[in-house]
Write a protein that binds this ligand. Structure first.
Ligand code: 6R9
Length: 650
């Protein structure tokens, strides 16, 4: 609840067997903290190989905690190459025959790349890009689905110092055009088609449409063919380029720590999609260290982050983090329910996946489909589970641990954003107790606070906006510079630097943070502020409910409150009837109080979601209030909006 202390919740301890083998124990955590900020990050930077050692951990006014304005630079003076760190050094260490990428295709086919094979193809493609005129600093747009050529192309760009800009393959020509223009990118790598639920989609046609609608000229286009053969028109075939440059070696360019590794647009969760830029040294340090400490990855592990590489989660924890540590990363091209709803469990079993990292929206879908699907598979290779993207309520947390994690895998709930580059809040699975429903504390080396509108620190139990109060290495470069303290989301309050995350949170008496959803998703009722996340969590605890989203409806002047409107998606085979409506009301009353009981409950077949799978409440609020919806192109299921409108007779 926004007002008041969160209920005392149970503690869950990681099993002894996990703690005994963990990369970061309580003693390691304490030593890291004891090194002090920002010096502690020097230890994290040791996970990487630097071509030139850095002169200082951090440069910029923020490090001294003074008022002087200026840009923040992590590891100034240091030089490194991300592709060398993610590929070459593992081959040099004699691990060339170990699997780097295990790819699972949509039609059931598989492909693996050893570190040596990855090295060879990255070199060949890097040589080809150079020949096409790509120089250091040139932005290369990668409009590719989840195929191995995507990480190969990312690493080839990194090798020659060309920042990449990956555009999610599900985006339209218009969305691609906006992103090509925003990044002023003159180079495009795409493919002629890919399969989605068994049907081939034509990506090349969309790419062509995008190229003609941008004002600058896209100089070179590379096309990866679905079938063999040469692509039509004025472009290059990926396979030809790689063949022509087979055996080439391209010396990795030693980049300055602060040089750009990539550009990426935010997913639409934190507002309109905006362009964010990430650095080489700070970003790679942050994702390598969090992969090591939070995801507990090492060279012997197989890791599967189910996010699409088109989003930040895929960049950080499907590509850069696991490969920097020499692990195996699983890439899956398909959807979780095709051909059957046990597809993911089958992939985990066959690949002996150690660590699985997914989103609550997927976990809720697994729950809806039923526990019999994971139960049919041997998932005993799993030793750690992770969640990211939305708050994970206690019901989903337990379901995940019980039915996927065999009842004893630690579950890390990790909070972060495109802007933060990597995980910022989480428990450390080998060092901290878990509290289902809470993310945990800030990671060692990261400092956060909960503040009111004026930036004053809130008391424990008092809700407010989550701010980060010290720079962290994975921070987007866009937050470090521009106008002094920079981007509109950083500010100074009584000399304290604050990055406003736009999320609400409350800290409990044990210092654990409970995320309450986006700051704009707060319901005001009789001067009390209730978080939609808390109401939703009570609703999804009701048997038969798969998903729920709560929004604020019209004001009821007489009652001094706004209407609370809940959109509830029942599990398949469960009827959305008055009996369920009543159970929903009762659950909210018990968990929070009668004040929070929804006035309207609309049963919906599904909820509107971004293409990265997050519920977008602003559309639901518009529907509840009979307002214009505007542009729904950020949605992956725009049709559901029409269905909901017709349900409400509007
Ligand atoms: C990595 C990613 C960022 C927004 C963020 C917050 C929500 C992410 C969360 C979480 C509660 C978690 N979010 N992780 N909310 N608990 N563990 O998702 O990046 O697409 O930029 O979204 O997602 O609202 O502000 P991005």
């Amino acid at each position: 609840m926004v007002d008041g202390t969160p209920d005392e919740r149970e503690w869950v301890d990681p099993p002894e067997s996990f703690v005994a083998q963990a990369n970061v124990t309580a003693a390691d955590r304490d030593a890291f903290r004891a090194a002090g900020w920002p010096e502690c990050w020097r230890r994290a930077a040791d996970l990487l190989e630097w071509d030139r050692g850095f002169d200082a951990v951090l440069d910029g006014g923020a490090s001294a905690g003074t008022d002087d304005e200026g840009s923040i630079r992590w590891f100034p003076g240091g030089r490194l190459n991300a592709a060398h760190n993610c590929v070459d050094r593992h081959v040099e260490a004699g691990r060339g025959d170990e699997t780097a990428v295990a790819w699972e295709g949509k039609l059931g086919e598989t492909r693996t790349y050893t570190y040596r094979e990855l090295h060879d193809e990255v070199n060949a493609f890097a040589a080809a890009l150079r020949e096409l005129g790509v120089g250091e600093g040139d932005v290369v747009t990668l409009y590719l689905p989840m195929i191995p050529e995507l990480p190969v192309a990312m690493l080839a760009c990194a090798r020659i110092g060309a920042p990449h800009s990956v555009v999610f393959a599900g985006f339209s020509a218009d969305a691609l055009a906006t992103r090509l223009s925003g990044a002023e990118s003159e180079f495009l790598v795409t493919c002629d088609g890919y399969y989605r639920r068994g049907a081939a989609l034509d990506l090349k046609r969309r790419a062509d449409n995008a190229c003609v609608s941008v004002s600058h000229s896209v100089e070179q286009v590379v096309v990866n063919r679905l079938d063999d053969g040469r692509p039509a028109g004025d472009c290059h075939a990926y396979a030809d380029l790689v063949d022509d440059h087979a055996g080439a070696t391209v010396e990795p360019v030693a980049r300055e720590s602060d040089d750009l590794l990539f550009l990426i647009y935010t997913s639409g969760t934190t507002g309109e999609p905006t362009l964010v830029r990430h650095t080489t040294g700070g970003y790679l340090t942050h994702v390598a260290w969090t992969s090591h400490a939070v995801l507990d990855l090492g060279p012997d592990d197989t890791h599967w982050c189910s996010a699409d590489v088109g989003w930040i989660t895929g960049h950080s924890y499907a590509v850069y983090g696991p490969l920097a540590l020499g692990a195996t990363t699983v890439l899956y091209e398909g959807t979780p329910d095709h051909p059957e709803t046990d597809r993911l469990w089958e992939i985990i079993e066959r690949n002996d996946v150690d660590v699985f990292y997914t989103a609550p929206t997927s976990i809720r879908a697994f729950m809806k489909w039923g526990e019999e699907h994971p139960a049919r598979h041997d998932l005993s290779s799993l030793r750690l589970l992770g969640s990211v993207g939305e708050p994970i309520d206690e019901t989903a947390w337990h379901w995940y641990r019980d039915h996927v994690g065999d009842g004893d895998c630690p579950v890390v709930d990790t909070w972060w954003q495109t802007e933060t580059g990597g995980i910022v809040l989480s428990t450390l699975p080998g060092a901290d107790r878990m509290r289902p429903g809470a993310v945990g504390k800030s990671l060692p080396g990261v400092e956060t606070a909960v503040v009111d509108e004026t930036g004053r620190h809130a008391d424990d139990g008092e809700a407010g906006q989550l701010v980060v109060t010290r720079p962290w290495p994975g921070m987007a470069r866009s937050l470090c510079e521009e106008s002094g303290w920079g981007a509109r989301r950083t500010r100074r309050v009584d000399g304290e630097w604050q990055y406003a995350t736009g999320d609400n949170a409350v800290r409990d008496a044990d210092g654990y943070l409970h995320l309450l959803g986006r700051a704009d998703d707060v319901v005001k009722v009789s001067d009390r502020r209730l978080s939609t996340a808390e109401i939703e969590s009570a609703i999804v605890g009701v048997e038969g409910v798969a998903e729920a989203a709560v929004v604020v409806g019209a004001d009821d002047e007489a009652a001094h409150r706004s209407e609370i409107h809940a959109f509830v998606s029942p599990e398949s085979n469960v009827a959305g009837d008055d009996a369920l409506r009543e159970r929903v009301g009762r659950a909210v009353e018990e968990a929070i109080g009668s004040i929070a009981v929804p006035d309207v409950v609309t049963f919906a077949p599904s909820l509107p979601k971004t293409r990265s799978g997050k519920v977008v409440r602003r559309y639901l609020a518009a529907i509840a209030n009979g307002e214009e919806l505007g542009d729904t192109s950020a949605l992956r299921n725009p049709e559901v909006v029409g269905e909901l409108e017709s349900l409400l007779d509007r």
